[in-house]
Design a protein around this ligand. Structure first.
Ligand code: MG
Ligand code: MG
Length: 270
């Protein structure tokens, strides 16, 4: 999400985290359900419709529908798109990479996560971008625990992306989540040149979404004026991948909330 929010950082109770686990599990189960559909010849409109049905069948509400005026239930991003594309009737083709970003509200609490899929045979570069996003999330899982400074988390993520030689999107990043889909803090995937506040020390009960957005070229973005906030693309039109997990800080470490009943991220069938 972008940097502008005004919802304060809060500590969630065990009961609140239970509700957020349920919301995020619905997101993961939705990925499991739609993953076999995300292939050559499919359209993001078809995927969007399946996401909408699957969320509602589980008793959740697709929280992106209408959020900031967004016209659909899932956000997409194909190739040079980074985030926030509405679904389209254009068929996916071999070599594309497509991000599916899903949000659920359940009993007033939110879940949110994203996966980037390769369609058919993708280039080594495209695969490396996807793998780098997953590496960042692995590092986040190891780093998020009580006592970790946000600064150190962001430094670790920045190093992982920079070491791979990829661009780091600066205008968008991770965020707190809870009774609102986007809460403070904003969590950039970089530190060098960032002028916001990274002094927060993580505590049990913080719940945060981590969102690596990596590019094959520049960090600079451009907005296509296709809906209220617009679709964000890379300024140089090079590829971008984006992945997102939702973490609750526990007594000793963290729990990844957007997992299926059996602990999977939902993409295992792709
Ligand atoms: Mg998010
Ligand atoms: Mg998201």
């Amino acid at each position: 999400m972008s940097k502008n929010r005004d919802k304060p950082v809060t500590i969630k109770s065990d009961r609140e985290i239970d509700l957020m686990r349920t919301a995020n599990r619905m997101v993961a189960e939705t990925f499991r359900k739609v993953t076999p559909m995300v292939k050559e010849g499919a359209t993001t409109q078809e995927i969007n419709d399946a996401v909408d049905t699957c969320i509602r069948e589980q008793g959740g509400r697709p929280s992106f529908l209408g959020l900031y005026g967004f016209p659909a239930s899932a956000c997409f991003a194909t190739n040079e798109e980074i985030v926030h594309a509405p679904p389209s009737k254009k068929k996916l083709k071999s070599g594309d990479i497509v991000t599916v970003d899903i949000g659920v509200e359940y009993k007033g609490y939110y879940g949110d996560s994203a996966r980037t899929y390769g369609i058919g045979k993708i280039s080594p570069l495209a695969q490396a971008l996807i793998d780098n996003c997953k590496d960042v999330l692995k590092i986040a899982e190891e780093t998020i625990r009580p006592g970790t400074r946000l600064l150190d988390l962001c430094l670790a993520m920045e190093k992982c992306i920079s070491d791979a030689g990829f661009g780091i999107v600066r205008d968008y990043g991770g965020h707190g989540i809870g009774r609102y889909p986007h809460e403070d803090p904003f969590i950039p995937n970089y530190v060098a040149g960032y002028n916001g506040d990274l002094s927060l020390v993580l505590r049990k009960g913080h719940v945060i979404c981590i969102e690596p957005m990596v590019t094959a070229g520049t960090y600079k973005t451009k907005i296509i004026d296709d809906w209220n906030l617009g679709t964000v693309i890379t300024k140089d039109r090079k590829l971008s991948a984006h992945w997102e997990d939702c973490f609750a800080v526990t007594d000793e470490g963290c729990e990844v909330l957007d997992r299926t009943e059996d602990g999977k991220d939902g993409t295992e069938l792709n």
